[in-house]
Design a binder for this molecule. Structure first.
Ligand code: NAP
Length: 336
């Protein structure tokens, strides 16, 4: 038995009918509002946050390939309007989470999976709530569970003004680390300092290896957060400290780099893979506990999602074009 609120029968949903660059292949369709199944909830989307993987989904290069046509959009916040049998959230609750593809969040309504609707703390805007899920969960699980970041260690965050980067800067500071951020250009490095980084390096203008060595008295960084890959990963291997950990987060630069095993041995460091989405499948309790911890850090003022762009849902192609062109800082949100 489904607990029903009132909602329309059809809705707007951006859909991808064929793979290609997101801004070109997105089509705004009128589709049926989905019904929530057992344990699921139907949410009226108040804000949907974009992620780099939305670009990869559109081109078919993401690890997940939903059947065509599909709606991208990996994280949303909004109000529950109908709840499937056994769902924990009820109509009227404000929740955030990741809709299950192929019915993503770039739509007026979205379904959150069983166990996947998390409460929004009082005082948090829908925009912040939509931005608190994937990037902050990824950064928290990556820094703490995968890299074991300790107070007093030096954390090097690449692309510190980006979605995952800005979260890692804030969570690194909250964990008591000394944070050095890198970013492309002076505006972005200035923003990294505003986010709390102790130092920031423009890795387009400066030589990354020299700059990190100078900033660490030649010791290097204990933990390196790398959502960029390519040349940035290669440079990271040269500036990782004794017993350091490089967290492989993503490959925004486009090239998947390699780490020779003899280099790991000789320098005594680890390369740590991170696929946060797998925790939803294998360790959902970690996701729930991390959400509780993120809400606590938000309430303390230790983290606050950086909303770099707000646009109406109708402007999804423009927002994704900005993301692809590296023009954004923090998170980009769409408002239906
Ligand atoms: N492992 C996981 O579980 C997980 C979870 C979420 C995301 N990710 C991955 O993490 C990466 C970052 O995601 P995000 O959502 O934080 O992305 P984002 O906000 O779009 O940031 C990506 C940043 O990468 C930098 N960059 C360097 N070279 C680039 C290039 N050629 N094109 C575009 N950007 C480039 C840019 O910062 P600068 O201009 O400062 O260089 C850009 O702001 C993606 O690869 C994504 O798939 C992984």
């Amino acid at each position: 038995m489904t607990a029903l609120g009132t909602h329309p029968v059809t809705m707007r949903a951006w859909r991808i009918h064929e793979h290609g660059p997101a801004p070109e292949v997105l089509r705004l369709d009128e589709v049926d509002v989905p019904d929530p199944g057992p344990g699921e909830v139907l949410v009226r989307v108040e804000a949907a946050a974009l992620n780099f993987p939305d670009l990869l989904l559109a081109t078919g290069q993401y690890q997940e390939r939903p059947p065509l046509p599909f709606t991208p959009g990996l994280e949303i916040a909004g109000e529950v309007v109908a709840a499937g049998e056994g769902a924990q959230a009820r109509p009227g609750d404000r929740v955030l989470g990741a809709p299950t593809l192929p019915r993503g969040g770039l739509a007026d309504f979205a379904v959150l999976p069983a166990g996947g609707a998390f409460g929004i703390p009082a005082g948090m805007t829908a925009e912040e709530a939509a931005a608190l899920f994937i990037t902050y969960q990824t950064a928290h699980v990556g820094l703490h569970r995968r890299a074991g970041l300790r107070p007093g260690e030096t954390l090097l965050v690449h692309a510190g003004a980006s979605g995952t980067g800005s979260a890692a800067v804030q969570l690194g500071k909250a964990a008591g680390a000394r944070v050095i951020a890198t970013a492309g250009g002076p505006e972005k490095t200035a923003l990294c300092l505003e986010l709390g980084a102790d130092a920031a390096i423009d890795y387009i203008a400066a030589d990354l290896v020299t700059a990190v060595r100078e900033a660490t008295d030649g010791r290097g960084a204990d933990v390196i957060w790398d959502p960029v890959g390519g040349d940035v990963f290669d440079a990271s291997r040269r500036v990782v400290a004794f017993e350091g950990r490089i967290v492989v987060v993503g490959f925004a630069a486009g090239r998947i780099p390699a780490a020779p095993a003899n280099h790991l041995l000789v320098k005594n460091y680890s390369v740590v893979g991170l696929h946060w989405g797998l925790y939803r499948r294998y360790e959902p309790a970690v996701v729930a506990a991390t959400h509780t911890e993120l809400c606590r850090l938000y309430a303390e003022g230790a983290v606050k999602p950086l909303i770099g762009s707000r646009r109406p849902l109708a402007e999804a192609p423009e927002a994704l074009a900005d993301l692809a062109a590296r023009r954004l800082v923090g998170k980009s949100v769409l408002i239906p």
